[in-house]
Structure formats: C-alpha cells, structure tokens
Design a protein around this ligand. Structure first.
Ligand code: PRX
Length: 660
C-alpha cells in the first residue's frame, strides 16, 4: 500500500472572479452548502427532484433508490427513458435544432459544423443502419473509432436502439481489442479504415482484422467501416461493410427504444489490480443524470458557451464530457481529431482562438508538455494567442501539481478563469470532488470539496473516519446515480474490489489515498493505493504489463512499478529477469527495445515501459513475495533506507539500482 504522506501543498486560496460568481449556475458557497444540506436532509428526494427536472422520462419513475441487493444498487428502476432522445430530440423541441452541436476540427485543420438537427438525422440513420444488420436492444457493439462525428454518432446510435456499446481506445493493440470483444460478447465492431493523428495514419481496420484472426471472436457478425482516409483495406465477404453503404437507404427518422433506467448504456474497460481489465458497466438513467448535472454545476454550462474537452472517446472523460454530457444540455462543443503538438505545440491555443472556446478541459500531462514547449519556443506560448474567449478551465485524469496549475491559471486563463481540478474515475461516471467555479475558493493541487449529493470521506483500513490532516483511504459513503453497476460478467469481482467486507460491504472504495486539509477540509488525492499507475492520465495496471512481459518466451520474471515523471506524472519502470544470463551494454539496450515493442503489441503503445532494468533476480521476501516498495525506491534512483531484514537476497538491490 502506498504511503499516505500528504503532497507538498499550496495554501494560497484563489477566489473565483466576482463577475463569474454573479452569473454562475451555482453561485457562492452559501448556495453550495445549501445544496449539500438538502441532499443530506432527504437524499432520495434530492436526486429524484434533479432526475425529474433534468431528464425526459418516457415513463416516470416512482422508486428512487433500491438498496435491497446492495452493493448492486438500482436507481429510478421503474422509470423508462432513452439516452439519445434526451441528447438529441429534446434539443429539436426546445429551439436548438439549428444550433451547432459539434464543431469538428480534423487533424489537418479542416473544420465541419454539425447542427443538432443534422446530428439527430445522422444518429437516426446510423441507428436504422445498425437495426438493418439485426443489431437489437441488449446486444453489445464494440466501437474502435478515431475522434470523429461518426464515433459520437455510433455511440448515440447504439443508445438509440438500446444496444450496449464498448468503446476501445484507438491506441490499444489487436490483442487488447480481441480480449475486450470476447469479454463483452460483442456481435459487431464499428471501426474506420484509418485514424489520423499528428499527420500519422494508424490502420484501425487492419488491427480489427488482426484481432478477429486471433480467434475466439466468432460471435462478431458484422464489421462496419467508416471511410476516413480512403486507404486500401480488405473487406471480408458477408462480415464487413462500409458505413456509407449500410446507411445509404436508411431513413433519417428512428423511433427510440425506450429502456429501463438501469439498462446498461455502455461497458468501458479499465485497469485494476489484476492482469485482466475490468468491464465497468454503466446505467442509462443515473449515468445521464450526472453527466447533465455536472455539465451545469462543474462546467457552469450556458447556452452561448463553446465547450471543449480534449479527451478521446475511448476513455470515460470522452464518454461523459463529449458523447453524452454536452449534448444532454444542448451545448456547442469542439471535437478534435488530432494531438496538441501538431503541426506545432500551439495547436490548442490556436483552436481556442479560432473557435472562441469558452470552457477548456484537458489533462495535466498535456499542460505540462505544453509548458515545456512554450519555454523552448515563445511562438507557441499561450500569450501569443487571443484566448480572451475563455471563462473557465478544467483539469482531469491525474493530480495537477501546483506549478502546472499556476501556469494554466496565469497563462491560459489570464488570471480571470476559475480552474476546476476535477477528481473522478471511470467507475464514478462523472465528477466527484471538484471546485464549483462560481463558488469554491481554489487551492492549487487540491480538488477541494465533493459535489452536492456526493458523500466522500477519508477513512482508515477498518472504515473509521479519520480527522482532517490525517491521510487515509478515499471512500464514498452512499451510492450515487452514475456509479458503476457491476463489472461485466464478474459481479463478485465488483463486490470485492469496490465494496470490500472490511469496510462493511456498502462503502465504495475508490482505490485512491486522500487527505483533508486541517482548516478547510479540502481534499488532496495522494495517489492510488492499489497496483494501478497513472501515465499521462491513462490508467494502467502493473499486473497487466507484467503479464505481457512474462508472456515473452525469453522472460522469466517481471515486476513493474511507477516512477515519478515530470511530464507524464508517472512513468513505467520494469524490472526483468531473463531465462538467459543478464544482458549488459548494447545487448541490454537491444533486448529492452524488443521487450518494449512486445508490450506495445500485447497491450498498446501507451503501456510500453519507459525504462527496463535487468537483474539476476528480483528482491523477494523469504516466502517469495516481490518487495515492490523497494523497487519503487530503486526506480526513483533513491537509496534504500527502509528495513530490508525480511529480504531474502539483499545483494540484488545494488545490481538493480543502476539504470541500464
Ligand atoms: O487516481 C485517480 C486519478 O485517476 C484515477 C481514475 O482514472 P480513470 O478511471 O482512468 O479516470 C480518469 C478520468 C476521470 C483516479 O482513481 N485521478 C483522476 N482525476 C484526478 C485524479 N487524481 C488526482 N486528481 C484528479 N483530479
């Protein structure tokens, strides 16, 4: 378990600008506190009222929260709705038909605007196309798509017909894709001929072909291919079809499939403590409610805003704050195909200027790499661009260090924009702890306070509350509407991972350590307490990477740990024992490269270890357990000062200390 030492923390408070507070959807701390008090007074009533006010129900619910099968909670269970209807049709009825839903900017800079009316037509047509292939409510559809209007339309089309989608990030390998297709039992894959990022083409369709050829995917009946670049691809007779052919004769109207609030909207795979990714299953009603509410609360969304979340639809942030949240509240949003450094590291600032973005939401890793770039080349410094349209900044995915926060606040926000450091997870569905931009005084490096209705706490390993100032385990004491419902196909793992008996079986274990400030009660996240790494805001299990390494025939043993990294937050450091003699010099370099490429093939480029060290052995206890805490110290380059008396082979430490 990680140390709970609090991070070095800024204490200076930044008040939200008065003009922001005046017009905010939640204005001032008194309003925030009143909302929290309302949720504590009548928890179910609080959520029921919001669910009625913010969503369209085809059949209104009469039950709010069913706790009979805790921790398998059910929200609004006798209500029926359709997520796509809420995101699209509602906007046609309330005067947003001609409003721009999506400003899409391609990698090369071409811009397309899609109105709510057009998006509705495209989604309906897509939904009819899926139906024409025999895809029905409850079927699983894997989406392996680039950032595109079609990618979002694919998700919305699944929602429209009640199919459960599972989006797989385009950076995952054929093997990872195959594992997810099998686990989800998908009957179709929607993909593109190629993905284009930073001028480079990635052959998505041929990766799908490779995944299916690995075997076990016989349940896949259809592969639907969006033509992005026109690259030459193979279409398997009977199985594969171009998207434009599937859509050609389809009507642009499609009655939504009304589903129960608990109907699984999607499964999204994420990393946990074991080698096998978890299929996080989300609901329809509760999930959408929190996506919409947090757009209004954390992002203070207003009709004239131009919202830009830079995440990929392959991650939870791209689900909640691109594919669903912004549409559910009728917002205009920017969707970007490319990367922040192409054609140069001013791309984000250029796009904010060009599209007059008002709300910008990105990851600390991106900010840190753009700080470096701006230091090296003044032409890509944000101050060179007109960013005066911005009124709110957000950060997501990993802790933001106070230095990066300050740079973001000063140079991007011109000291006029609140910065919301949003803490949440794939499992939480939406924001959990975050400043409210028109209320909460901000402290760089702290995600501040839980949103109204979210009952977070810091406890010890037996579930006892800890006083402020004392580091412990972050938990959520009550179920919330957008929470994970189960792990697809593995309810027992769900129960054990998130609602362990040691905490009483009904308290949600977030998997992070946290500490609350003694004076303010503000939360600071101190990092994962399990074997999960956060590299560039991407979540990676150390066991997954270890399993990939030991699957290589030359590897005998491997242990993977995180190492602090200035840009990516953490980087992956692998300690490897080969079945042959320990390599040194050029041979070690060559084998390290082969192993990195191997991991890239097994999982995806995002999982490639930055550093590989070879040893004759790994530090182990007498019972054979690898002492990872020592490896973490070695990876950092620090001297070992801890007790090593339980170590079987202390001599190995000196060998592993050297970076090769
Ligand atoms: O460790 C926390 C970190 O990211 C984990 C969740 O990762 P994932 O499910 O991939 O979702 C990322 C996008 C929401 C958390 O358990 N994390 C996320 N946001 C923050 C954070 N750590 C510190 N501060 C944050 N704002």
């Amino acid at each position: 378990m990680a140390d709970f030492a609090p991070l070095k923390q800024e204490t200076h408070m930044f008040e939200p600008p008065a003009s922001f507070v005046k017009n905010a959807n939640i204005s001032g701390m008194d309003n925030y506190r009143a909302m929290c008090a309302a949720s504590e007074r009548d928890y179910e009533g609080f959520w029921a009222q919001h669910a009625r006010d913010h969503l369209f129900w085809h059949k209104p619910f009469t039950k709010v929260l069913n706790q009979n099968d805790a921790p398998f909670y059910r929200w609004f269970e006798d209500g029926q709705l359709n997520v796509s209807y809420n995101c699209l049709d509602r906007n046609l009825q309330n005067g947003n038909a001609a409003k721009t839903a999506i400003v899409f900017e391609a990698d090369g800079g071409q811009t397309t605007r899609v109105s709510y009316k057009e998006l509705h037509e495209r989604v309906c047509q897509f939904a009819n196309g899926l139906k024409s292939l025999g895809i029905r409510k409850g079927d699983r559809v894997v989406i392996y798509m680039p950032m595109s209007v079609e990618g979002i339309a694919a998700m919305q089309a699944c929602a429209r017909i009640g199919a459960t989608h599972s989006v797989v990030f385009g950076g995952f390998s054929a093997k990872s894709l195959q594992e997810r297709i099998i686990d989800a039992g998908a009957i179709a894959v929607i993909t593109a001929d190629e993905q284009v990022r930073g001028g480079k083409h990635l052959p998505l369709k041929s990766i799908v072909d490779e995944a299916l050829a690995l075997g076990g995917c016989e349940h896949i009946k259809h592969v639907v291919v969006y033509r992005r670049t026109g690259a030459n691809i193979q279409l398997a007779e009977g199985r594969d079809k171009w998207l434009h052919d599937v859509l050609a004769s389809q009507s642009t109207a499609c009655e939504p499939e009304w589903v129960d609030a608990e109907h699984p909207l999607f499964i999204l795979y994420t990393s946990g403590s074991t080698g096998k990714p978890k299929g996080v299953q989300h609901s329809s009603g509760g999930y959408l409610l929190w996506a919409a509410l947090t757009m209004k609360w954390t992002f203070d969304i207003k009709p004239d805003d131009v919202f830009w979340c830079t995440a990929d639809i392959g991650w939870i942030t791209g689900h909640t704050y691109i594919a669903y949240g912004p549409l559910a509240v009728g917002a205009t949003q920017i969707v970007f195909e490319g990367v922040p450094t192409y054609p140069n590291a001013g791309r984000f600032w250029d796009m904010i200027q060009k599209h007059k973005a008002t709300i910008f939401y990105t990851a600390p890793t991106a900010i840190r790499s753009l700080i470096k770039a701006a230091d090296a080349d003044p032409d890509v410094h944000p101050k060179k661009y007109d960013l005066s349209s911005l009124r709110l900044l957000g950060s997501v995915g990993e802790p933001i260090n106070p230095e990066a926060w300050m740079w973001y606040y000063k140079n991007v926000g011109n000291e006029n924009c609140p910065v919301t450091d949003t803490f949440w997870q794939t499992e939480s569905g939406g924001h959990m702890i975050s400043p409210l931009p028109g209320a909460t005084p901000m402290v760089p490096g702290s995600c501040t306070l839980p949103l109204p209705g979210i009952m977070t706490a810091v406890v010890d390993e037996t579930g006892q509350d800890l006083p402020n100032g004392q580091g412990g385990i972050l938990v959520v004491k009550r179920p919330w509407p957008s929470m994970i419902r189960t792990i697809w196909g593995d309810p027992e793992r769900f129960r054990k991972s998130y609602f362990p008996d040691e905490l009483g079986g009904k308290t949600y274990l977030a998997g992070d350590g946290a500490v609350r400030n003694e004076k303010t009660g503000y939360f600071t996240i101190t990092g994962r307490i399990d074997d999960v790494l956060n590299v560039s805001g991407h979540r990676m299990g150390t066991m997954e990477i270890e399993s990939a390494l030991v699957a290589n025939p030359i590897v005998a043993e491997a242990a993977v740990v995180g190492k602090p990294d200035e840009t990516t937050g953490e980087s992956i450091c692998a300690f490897v024992v080969l079945k042959r003699a320990r390599p040194t010099g050029d041979e070690a370099k060559q084998i390290a490269k082969e192993l990195r490429d191997w991991v890239g093939k097994e999982i995806g480029p995002i999982a490639k270890p930055k550093e590989i060290r070879f040893g004759d052995n790994l530090p182990k206890t007498r019972s054979g357990k690898i002492m990872r805490r020592l490896l973490r110290v070695l990876a950092k380059g620090d001297d070992i000062t801890q007790d090593v008396s339980t170590l079987e082979n202390p001599a190995i430490l000196a060998q592993l200390k050297q970076a090769q």
